[in-house]
Design a protein around this ligand. Structure first.
Ligand code: PEP
Ligand code: MG
Length: 545
């Protein structure tokens, strides 16, 4: 096997192989411990990342390659594991599937862990010993390094590289650490010690932030996690809820003062699983989630896999364009067995309280009706198995597809509520990929076309007396939230770390001003005009305060 690295003097291949085996065992134990610690801090889904890494340490594809590099090329144990992990990662990184490409980072993470053990080096760790919390900047970070960060010492993470669906990003989100990634070389130009603010909601890094930036992002990163008993009610007719994908995030939302969970992304609960979660397991988890939120309701979104979130246990579909393929409710309706187990678990986990269940990516009335029928069928199956189920069930749909926004008047009678998913509702009408940094100026709800779609939903909902929530990130934006409220949105469901800042921001606004700004935004022809309308409202409010 040709290798480029210079070949070191090693004691004997047998000795190096023995050292490597020992280091692999050690790494497996460390990863099992890390899984255990993160289970408590960040929930099951994050723990599963490190359980999967512990399996990589035992993977013959990695271990055998490293052992034979020692025997055949005379490499040291450190060089052998570095070589084998780099090769395995390169194989994954070349695959089409984004899921596997993101797993390449896990293999590299594992390789670095084993190499550090062999070299007797401490693992990279980012604990600041004193002073105010700091923003950590790096090219990229391993998921396991992010898992050890503490909110007391790290105010945010800024990465030159990194993938939004990578495990480092998922762990940061689950821990509530504001993160901006894909910042490129701009990050290198910022001097050490410069004052910066990470806007985790928009994924931006603000250098020398002014008071408007601070107001927009929250006065200090991570400050939202100070436990609060309750936030005072707002004068505006809007409720702030939290978005969550783990028990830990539900707890964070509760601690931040959120009144319920407006979007529970159930697919994130079962990340990294190779078999679908069973009825019993799902039931138990949904009960834990309910117990973690003391006020308000929890809107459980059914599995939203497919598209940019492939599930390892889901049906493998080769799609040229997965964002337009079988994702969300389309997958559930094509695989009723998956949907039925989830709906039964939701219904059975809530026999004494109302259940809110919501279907993602609905495009047509037929889909909404089929989804509703699936809830009815699951209810009957559970009842005939002798189990009690929720007596009061609210069935809602997400409005993420432009067709659904345009047909909202036809959809409204078939559902109990709408929740506008602006993360997707910006990408489909604007033909601008939400996962790509390039067309970000197009993929924003500041685009008047997107606001007009939301307005259409609000008008239809008002006509049929249905509530409209927004659960996409636009709801957390101080520029957009007042416009959405002015259009008639009555719930904003946002990341837990944004709850406090948004609450403070909305406390100074009145409904008349929001409505006037929303009408002006609907008349605007460009996103810059919408931005101007929103900024004017923001400035008027802060000068009144
Ligand atoms: C959305 O599309 O706005 C949404 C909240 O769903 P997700 O981000 O999970 O696709
Ligand atoms: Mg979506």
């Amino acid at each position: 096997m040709p290798v480029g690295a210079p070949q070191p003097q090693v004691a004997s291949p047998e000795h190096e192989q023995h050292r490597l085996r020992g280091a692999l065992d050690h790494a497996a134990q460390e990863l099992a411990d890390l899984a255990e610690q993160t289970r408590a801090r960040a929930g099951e889904d994050v723990a599963a990342i490190f359980e999967a890494q512990a399996l990589f340490v035992r993977d013959p594809a990695l271990v055998d390659q490293a052992l034979s590099a020692i025997a055949e090329n005379g490499l040291s144990a450190v060089q052998a594991i570095e070589l084998a992990s780099a090769r395995q990662a390169d194989v994954l990184a070349r695959l089409e599937d984004e899921y596997f490409r993101a797993r390449a980072a896990d293999i590299r993470d594992v390789g670095r862990r084993v190499a550090a053990i062999l070299a007797g080096r401490p693992r990279a760790s980012l604990h600041m010993s004193s002073g105010a919390p700091a923003v950590v900047s790096a090219d990229d970070l391993d998921a396991s390094v992010v898992a050890e960060l503490r909110l007391e010492t790290v105010a945010g993470v800024a990465l030159a590289g990194g993938a939004p669906t990578g495990h480092a990003a998922i762990v940061a989100r689950a821990l509530g650490i504001p993160l901006a990634l894909g910042l490129g070389d701009d990050l290198l130009a910022i001097a050490d010690g410069e004052e910066v603010l990470v806007d985790g909601t928009a994924g931006r890094l603000l250098v020398r932030p002014d008071s408007t930036d601070r107001l927009a992002v929250g006065s200090s990163n991570g400050a939202a996690f100070v436990a609060v008993a309750d936030l005072p009610p707002l004068a505006l007719p809007v409720v702030i809820e939290g978005n969550a994908g783990s028990v830990r995030e539900v707890e964070q939302a509760a601690a931040a003062g959120a009144h319920g969970i407006g979007l529970l992304r159930t697919e994130l609960l079962f990340l990294g699983r190779s078999v679908p979660p069973g009825l019993e397991e799902q039931r138990a988890l949904y009960r834990r989630i309910r117990a973690a939120m003391p006020r308000g309701s929890i809107v459980f979104r059914t599995l939203d896999v497919g598209g940019d979130k492939p599930a390892a246990y889901g049906p493998a579909l080769a799609e040229a364009n997965p964002a337009l393929g079988v994702r969300g409710v389309r997958l559930g309706l094509r695989h009723p067995e998956l949907l039925e187990v989830q709906l039964r678990a939701l219904l059975e986990s809530s026999p004494d309280s109302p259940l809110h269940v919501m279907f993602p990516m609905v495009a047509t009335l037929e889909e909404a009706l089929l989804a509703r029928a699936a809830v009815q069928r699951a209810t009957e199956i559970s009842r005939s198995a002798g189990l009690s189920v929720a007596a009061e069930v609210h069935v809602g749909i997400m409005i993420e597809v432009p067709a659904a926004a345009l047909m909202a008047d036809a959809l409204a009678p078939a559902v109990d509520f709408f929740s506008v998913g602006t993360n997707d509702l910006v990408q489909y009408p604007m033909a601008a990929d939400r996962t790509s940094a390039e067309p970000a100026d197009l993929a924003t709800a500041l685009q008047p076309a997107v606001l007009r779609l939301v307005n259409n939903v609000c008008l239809a909902a008002r006509e049929h007396n249905r509530p409209v929530a927004v659960c996409g990130e636009a709801g957390a934006s101080p520029l957009l939230a007042p416009l959405l409220i002015g259009l008639g949105v009555t719930q904003l469901s946002i990341a837990p770390q944004s709850v406090r800042a948004l609450h403070e921001h909305l406390a100074g606004l009145d409904l008349g001003a929001c409505r006037a700004a929303a009408s002006a935004a609907l008349r605007a022809s460009t996103s810059s005009d919408v931005q101007l309308v929103a900024e004017t409202l923001l400035q008027t409010t802060s000068s009144d305060a």
